[in-house]
Design a protein around this ligand. Structure first.
Ligand SMILES: Cc1ncc(COP(=O)(O)O)c(C=O)c1O
Length: 346
């Protein structure tokens, strides 16, 4: 059996049911660019999950979903507030700045979560003409540290944003993992909490290059179709992206995949919890651990994973919908062996 990696939930392949759905959609001709029956079906499903006013646009990458969502609502003189560890800020190669010409204002966090208290200083003195004007707060659910906002935290944040005339965008590249961890529906941690726009992730949960931008107030999406086209994300054969979302959202596949990935992370944490320091609570499908610097490279020769913070020797291990218990136990054994051989050599 092919080896599983722990580098990212993007390293896994396509879920067999999703692949089957792509093959089943491969019959006859259909209108291109999202005018096909499958896209209409997927849009209905998004409305079923998130509410009747939901408008959606499919994209090929999560970066594009974030940019297209945000670009729809900002002018270049406005600013987007996000966590200092946000994918938007650290891992999108300056795409927000390139496409929107906007400033990102970052709030410091210890665990990936932003709060009204950390946003407040960024709103000071913004009436001044020389300052970029905050327009949107963008948070990630789950966060880049695998932590999860509770519905109460989200509601507090959205109330705060709306009181300050800010919109709330959620980067939900791993929203399904958060919903599975909280045992709530997708709606209960988005629309019901006052989120205005969502980037909904598919690729990390068993789909192939399929993400969606959702707006819960249609007025915010007035220009989105044009921004998506300019951003080269209007896929001609949209039906194959739509077919994947139908497979994911028509039943419980979205939750089953995410819950399984989360469970495998908990298992790994349990297996190695006595041997390594886990630096963040394991709630979803990521484990952040501090391991001796000398262990990183030898382990990476057998398993791919990220050295998240080389300065503090923190690594990130991620599980996926197809990570098995056997994968986890074998990996845990390698970690222990590596740690023991280091102790023995000292
Ligand atoms: C929090 C978050 N947002 C968005 C993305 C989407 O990235 P990509 O453009 O690589 O699909 C990722 C992927 O790692 C992510 O972790």
């Amino acid at each position: 059996m092919a080896q599983r990696h722990f580098i990212s939930d993007n390293a896994s392949g396509i879920h067999p049911q999703v692949l089957q759905a792509i093959a089943a959609a491969n019959t006859g001709h259909q209108p291109a660019y999202g005018q096909d029956d499958m896209t209409i079906r997927a849009e209905d499903l998004f409305r079923r999950h998130f509410g009747a006013d939901t408008i959606c646009f499919f994209t090929l990458t999560g970066t594009a979903a974030n940019i297209i969502a945000l670009q729809s609502v900002v002018h270049s003189f406005e600013a987007i507030i996000c966590a200092d560890c946000a994918h938007l800020h650290r891992d999108e190669c300056g795409a927000p700045e390139k496409f929107m010409g906007c400033k990102l204002l970052t709030a410091a966090t210890d665990n990936g979560k932003i709060t009204p208290a950390t946003i407040t200083p960024l709103l000071r003195d913004t009436h001044i003409i020389h300052r970029a004007q905050p327009k949107v707060v963008s948070l990630a659910q789950c966060t880049e540290w695998g932590t999860v906002y509770t519905p109460e935290e989200l509601k507090t944040l959205s109330d705060f944003c709306h009181e300050h005339r800010l919109l709330l965008h959620m980067d939900g590249a791993r929203l399904s993992n958060a919903a599975a961890a909280l045992e709530l529906s997708l709606k209960e941690i988005t629309t019901d909490c006052g989120v205005d726009m969502l980037s909904f992730g598919g690729s990390k949960n068993g789909l192939m290059n399929a993400e969606a931008v959702l707006f819960f107030d249609p007025e915010l999406a007035t220009h989105t179709a044009f921004y998506r086209k300019q951003a080269m994300q209007l896929a001609a054969k949209m039906r194959f992206i739509a077919a994947q979302f139908v497979a994911l959202l028509d039943g419980d596949l979205w939750r089953d995949n995410a819950a399984h990935a989360n469970q495998m992370a908990r298992l790994l944490a349990k297996e190695i919890g006595n041997d390594v320091e886990i630096v963040m609570p394991v709630t979803t499908n990521a484990i952040f651990a501090r391991i001796p610097a000398d262990c990183v490279e030898p382990l990476q020769q057998h398993y791919q994973f990220s050295l998240w913070n080389s300065h503090e020797s923190i690594v990130r291990w991620m599980t996926s919908f197809d990570t098995s218990e056997h994968d986890v136990r074998t990996f845990a054994e390698s970690i222990r062996e590596q740690m023991n051989s280091l102790t023995a050599s000292h």
